[in-house]
Ligand binder design. Structure first.
Ligand SMILES: CC1=C(CCC(=O)O)c2cc3nc(cc4[nH]c(cc5[nH]c(cc1n2)c(C)c5CCC(=O)O)c(CCC(=O)O)c4C)C(CCC(=O)O)=C3C
Ligand SMILES: [Fe+2]
Length: 425
């Protein structure tokens, strides 16, 4: 239930006002979408593609949608089966990943982080006088999306606004959540009949100031830390900032984002990361420091192309380029989950050490106050129907769409599955 006092959006603190000043004008109207597609709740303008903001909705609750992770040794294999069901991930890779979890007692940090995020969101909402409960459900582990929908049903909530813990556009980081929402509604029978539940989703928030601010601070601090610990370090030639994100299959990357817009190599997924990295370097006062976008955590058969370069390969090349220090920025991740703890803090930092490089890994947004406030702002812009021009976005690519465009983030490998919060192809 949304109380009358919703607080204010956007630039209601000096920090966020400053961040919002970096906002670029909204992109020009994109090409018209496929005819005949009807989006429940979408304005006719949204359906024509002239505007991508839907009408305001008085949501009953927020659905915090996480990836999920095991919380004990017995959970590890069943969890990995959930994640990889129907995908042909080789057994060696499954065992390799199981080993990462086993190393940490079979427990991924991700559920604890989502519990902390849920609590932080609740505190932020309460602090602003917003009466909007937060339900939490995961795609791959307990509590599942099904459990969250059962709770919504039991509490009489019919209009949910989802926040997925994932900032960018791609099959794995957007559409798969939307497919799993559709699945969960069908599975629980809560999407039909009397009191049918509707799930909308906040826009991808890769360039929202709340998500970007923690990385700006992290890069600024990371460079300063290296300068303090390596005497005489020349930041313009001897430091490299590596922005790391999850690699994805090149075919997924090419299909990321709306089919009607072109984004170059790596699709919208890579373009969004490049654009955010540039903003982070600028706002960290580090435009003079070399940087590149690198990928991590690839899986799948070696014959299948995934986005490159791998972070470890990139690190190996650094000494020959004269670098003495590296700042590793987990730009593709919202919290310190296994990919960050293992692939960055364990592997990448080790690679850096082996190559004689000083290295720091900057924090993920986690429960950074700017991030938490930003997520609440993202919900409020949907409650209030904030026009595109008034929505904060720090790159030219955004603000992203409330309702995903036709064909957005399709998966050509796994085939079509119905998805919510998008215009049907
Ligand atoms: C883009 C992206 C994100 C970021 C967006 C988001 O956050 O949603 C992400 C997050 C995560 N991925 C995670 C875990 C796993 N991902 C896997 C597999 C895969 N991820 C992929 C992509 C992504 N993944 C892809 C293309 C595959 C191959 C499957 C396929 O063919 O499409 C596998 C299977 C084994 C393996 O292949 O490694 C596991 C165990 C965890 C939980 C970590 C924890 O427990 O702390 C998190 C947060
Ligand atoms: Fe993953």
């Amino acid at each position: 239930m949304v109380a009358a006092n919703l607080g204010s959006t956007g630039s209601d603190t000096p920090e966020r006002a400053a961040a919002a000043r970096g906002r670029k004008p909204a992109p020009a109207a994109s090409a018209p979408c496929a005819p005949g597609a009807i989006v429940p709740g979408a304005t006719p303008a949204a359906q024509s593609g002239a505007e991508h903001v839907v009408e305001p909705v008085a949501y009953d609750a927020i659905l915090l949608a996480g990836f999920g992770g095991p919380e004990g040794q017995d959970d590890v294999i069943p969890f990995l089966r959930n994640v990889t069901s129907g995908r042909g991930i080789p057994d060696e890779r499954l065992e390799e990943v199981a080993h990462h979890y086993r190393h940490f007692g079979g427990t991924s940090p991700i559920n604890a982080q989502n519990r902390a995020l849920k609590a932080a969101l609740e505190a932020e909402l309460a602090g602003r006088g917003i009466d909007l409960p937060v339900l939490w459900g995961n795609r791959n582990w307990d509590p599942y999306l099904n459990d969250a929908l059962a709770e919504a049903k039991q509490r009489g909530f019919t209009k949910l606004i989802a926040i997925a813990t994932s900032a960018y556009s791609s099959y794995s980081s957007c559409r798969q959540y939307r497919e799993d929402f559709a699945d969960a509604l069908a599975d629980t029978g809560t999407g039909e009949g009397d009191g049918a539940i509707q799930i909308d989703k906040v826009r991808q928030f890769f360039d929202h100031p709340g998500f970007v601010q923690p990385f700006i601070e992290g890069v600024r601090d990371g460079i300063a830390q290296l300068e303090a610990s390596v005497p005489g370090l020349d930041r313009t030639t001897e430091v490299e900032v590596l922005f790391a994100t999850h690699s994805i299959p090149s075919t997924d990357a090419a299909k990321s984002g709306p089919a009607e817009r072109g984004f170059g190599e790596g699709g919208a997924y890579a373009a969004q990361h490049r654009a955010v990295a540039e903003v982070v370097m600028r706002d960290a006062g580090a435009s003079d420091v070399p940087w590149q976008l690198v990928y991590q955590s690839r899986s799948g058969p070696p014959s299948m192309p995934w986005l490159e370069p791998d972070i470890n390969d990139a690190i190996e090349e650094l000494p020959a380029a004269g670098r003495k220090a590296v700042v590793i920025v987990p730009l593709g991740f919202v919290s310190d989950h296994m990919e960050v703890l293992w692939d960055l803090d364990n592997e990448a930092l080790e690679t850096a050490g082996e190559h004689g490089l000083a290295a720091v890994r900057v924090p993920t947004p986690g429960t950074h106050p700017a991030y938490v406030a930003g997520l609440v702002d993202l919900v409020l812009e949907r409650v209030q129907g904030t026009p595109t021009a008034d929505r904060p976005a720090m790159t030219d690519l955004g603000p992203w769409y409330d309702v995903c465009r036709p064909g957005c983030c399709e998966n050509v490998r796994l085939g079509f599955r119905p998805a919510l919060a998008g215009i049907a192809p």
